[in-house]
Design a protein. Structure first.
Lengths: 227, 301, 227, 301
């Protein structure tokens, strides 16, 4: 569950990225976040991960009150969230396999399970051939898919995907969203930032529109299922 | 943490050395240099100390006995001297030996002795070497109270000079070691900071995907340890080679050796084990700590 | 003018990224390059910039024969091309303004001209407020727009844009492509890689489809002008 | 390249020092340490050299004259000595002075002289100090051919010891300087390589947007130069402080001073200018070259 109460974020440069946002996403929800460039979408996501702190208001994610969260509890919080970063954030010194496996390593998963599970998610995003490559040896879309695989691998309660299909062709994008939908069907909460209105139109569901640091639309729309 | 995790982290640390060859080599070089600077300074300190100790052994107190005291009293006197705590060595120096030596030394002025007509104006004497020249004056005043002493000639000038030289040299060498330790800290921290800085992104990403601080730092720790250990090994070999070369070169400098005494230079083989262990242990420790501490700064995300 | 003759690229990892490609883009053309993730689009662009060398075949860009180009002539070649990199490649230690101005600095442009010109292109991509910010202080879409501005600033003969609208909302994307179209109208050759079929459908023109390292489609299609 | 470009590149280099504070500080520290290591070694070398030179001045050849030669011949002899090229100082030492000194030295053995009955068996002598002890034997053999020479007492042992000690010390100090230069090269290249490595992305992007190699490297050059210059300044101040402290401390060690001679220690104020200039110039140069060379590796894209 994600709950933002009257949250504002002002960066040290003086930019007001979010203004008194109120938002509640229940467990098991699937929500698209849309909005123009620089609206504050990524800022909201950084908040949920405690990458930055709210200047005002309270943030609550998966039962953790982020305002009061102790530094050494942060890893615990982050393990309950799978994130696809807008800039991928793959570890350059690790291969695709290692990047994804790392998330399981940090939770002390058994080596056997890691092997099986990582191979499975690499298959899900269609990167079987690239498992042993380093991020610098991948195309943009491939890196993005590694980031998606990493977000899925440890079965998190909440998956947050910031622009996960920006570098991927439409067909694959549809597949990825369908994958997320199926994961959502098993109970995982999903929050997906996207610029691709086609996707939003097709799948429908809850749509949150952020503009200039404020939520200007938050409602459920039917999917058209057209392509 | 489970064994599989520890195993993974250690392996990762070792892999990192190979994957960041350039960085690992830079750290290796700086650690090597630091170890050598400090190690060689310490060895120099030990040798200077030992050399001064050797020179100190050459001290000599001359105790002139009263004329005409009986032989058994002279012997008793010698036994008493040998019984004193700070006395290392006692030699009897008869008036006959004294005159012969005097004549030999004054060979140019033969004519002086012609007028002696076989008389020997010189006294019997004991020559005493003290163990610790710092307490020479106490030893002399104890001896002065012995029966049969005519006069005592103690090398106070020599002792004072030596004590002062030791003080100066020890201060110099101590400062040198301190300076080298500071130099090492500065250059090691500069290099590890720079090296870790170039990997801050990696560290931060790990933190973002839920790794704990310890989990991130452990491989850095291992990496630093491995690098430091190798630096220690090479430092040891370099020291061995240089040290042996220097001592061999000194063997040829007979005049210098005369002054400092042959036995005063420490043989490398006598200290090979503590040196090897210190180098490797200190190298590994410093390498590990340097890396682990530097990561701290970028881990707070 | 861009000309690829029987070009193949094989990466050191053994990946065949391009297989015997033949392509000719005349001065003043506007071409969309589409294709699935990992098809070889970015590889083709890296070739044109001499970031990598062709394993086989000859590459010719703006009159430079890249196979024989001397190392010290490379900057000269690159100054005739404006590139939007898929991963932006902004200089992290320079502000937005400095990043863009740098391209003019390297060609010894007069300081006065630099001031005017940079301010102008920053305006074109709508980043007036962000001129003094560093890349790390920008949103994804803002970084992408800085990359676009940088590619335009020195009026290059050829603009190559690799996925320039991946992080930008649809409205702004249309504006960006319209901007490129207007620049193209003044004689600049433009090559744009994109995944957004909507854009391609709307604007039409020459469309090059790369799949699995081969050109599978290369023809001119009418734009529908619908949204 | 136009002036505006040069101005831009210099400004960029200086800005970089401020923007990469951490890196600049690391380079600064390492350059400072290197300059100090080499600088202090060189100063030590110069001082040891000067001290040995001072001790060498204390050499003395004694030339004993034949008994009973006339006074004017003795004076003529002295003039001849003064005319020799390698002779620094000539003192006449009459037989009367010699006897007085001898008696004073042998005060303990008074009885020896009683039998002389006022006769003086000692000869007149000249005491000569040579300028360059390396050529003492040639000087001695020239003097030996003079008329009226009875015998010559040259301090060959002293000279040989001194020459050998000088050789050893100079070898040690030279090795030290060489070692410090190597140490400096190793640590500076490690740090600059690491530092530039962490900025390789920046370097490569510049190359991708059409910058020439020189255009990219120039600001690095300036950056290194500025850092190196400041390191030179601080190294100079530190050296000044340490040097003054050490010479002041030595002033109190009278016995040590007796041995090495007061005038032999070089005063810092006598060499302040060349030292300041060397530090700053070398610092700036090394800093600039280190950065510029390290960028080369990442510029080939
Ligand atoms: N680290 C930062 N420091 C200062 N300002 C920032 C920082 N990150 C983002 N901003 C600013 O905050 C605003 C919101 O940024 P944010 O990244 O949340 O936008 P976004 O909605 O994700 O946009 P996009 O779709 O382009 O990614 C922007 O104006 C941006 O310039
Ligand atoms: N530096 C590299 N080393 C090795 N292989 C690479 C390298 N860069 C790309 N590849 C591989 O070459 C193929 C083509 O990559 P390229 O980046 O050209 O794809 P793309 O068409 O741009 O894809 P995308 O739309 O995802 O950006 C991919 O399979 C990729 O994994
Ligand atoms: Mg964003
Ligand atoms: Mg690509």
């Amino acid at each position: 569950m994600v709950e933002l109460k009257d949250v504002s974020v002002k960066y040290s440069t003086g930019v007001d990225a979010l203004n008194h946002i109120n938002l509640r996403i229940n467990d098991g929800d699937f929500a698209f976040v849309v909005g123009s460039s620089g609206a504050g979408k990524s800022t909201m996501i950084k908040l949920l991960l405690k990458e930055i702190d709210a200047t005002e208001g309270t943030v609550c994610v998966n039962g953790y009150h982020l305002n009061k969260l102790k530094r050494r509890k942060i890893p615990e919080l982050r393990r309950t969230i799978g994130i696809v970063f807008q800039d991928f954030r793959l570890i350059p010194t690790m291969t695709v396999y290692e990047n994804i496996a790392f998330v399981l390593r940090v939770i002390d998963a058994p080596t056997k399970y890691i092997k099986k599970r990582v191979a499975y998610v690499i298959g899900l995003v269609g990167l079987q051939d690239k498992a042993k490559h380093f991020p610098s040896e991948l195309s943009g879309g491939e890196m993005q898919r590694v980031a998606i695989a990493r977000a899925l691998v440890n079965d998190p309660k909440l998956i947050i995907a910031d622009e996960p299909t920006g570098n991927i062709d439409p067909e694959l994008s549809f597949e990825i969203v369908e994958l997320l939908k199926s994961i959502n069907a098993c109970g995982t909460t999903i929050l997906m930032v996207t610029h691709e209105h086609e996707l939003v139109r097709h799948f429908g569901g809850r749509i949150i529109n952020i503009d200039n640091g404020e939520i200007v639309f938050d409602d459920i729309m039917e999917g058209t299922d057209e392509i | 943490m489970k064994f599989s995790s520890v195993h993974y982290l250690v392996k990762k640390g070792i892999d990192n050395v190979v994957r960041n060859k350039m960085m690992a080599f830079a750290s290796f070089c700086v650690l090597l240099v630091s170890l050598l600077l400090v190690g060689v300074s310490v060895l120099a300190y030990l040798n200077v100390n030992s050399i001064i100790g050797g020179v100190e052994q050459k001290n000599e107190i001359a105790i002139y006995l009263q004329d005409g005291i009986p032989n058994e009293m002279i012997e008793h006197f010698g036994d008493n001297l040998r019984g004193l705590p700070n006395v290392a060595d006692v030699v009897f120096y008869s008036k006959e030996e004294a005159l012969d030596d005097f004549k030999a030394r004054m060979a140019d002025s033969d004519m002086l002795f012609d007028s002696l007509n076989g008389e020997n104006p010189l006294p019997d004497a004991y020559r005493v070497r003290v163990a610790d020249i710092q307490h020479i004056s106490e030893t002399v005043s104890t001896i002065a109270k012995f029966e049969g002493v005519d006069s005592i000639d103690a090398p106070y000038d020599f002792v004072n000079s030596l004590l002062q030289i030791r003080k100066v040299l020890m201060a110099v060498m101590g400062t040198l070691i301190l300076a080298m330790v500071i130099v090492s800290i500065v250059i090691i921290s500069s290099t590890t900071k720079t090296s870790v800085y170039s990997r801050r992104e990696e560290i931060q990403i790990m933190k973002y995907v839920g790794a704990t601080d310890a989990f991130i730092r452990f491989p850095f720790f291992v990496e630093g340890m491995v690098t430091g250990f190798f630096a220690g090994c090479i430092a040891f070999l370099v020291t061995w080679g240089v040290y042996t070369a220097v001592t061999n070169a000194l063997q040829n400098q007979t005049l210098v050796l005369n002054i400092i005494g042959t036995g005063s230079i420490i043989q490398f083989t006598d200290i090979i084990l503590p040196i090897a262990i210190s180098y490797m242990a200190v190298g590994a420790l410093i390498g590990a700590l340097g890396c682990a501490i530097s990561t701290k700064r970028y881990i707070n995300v």
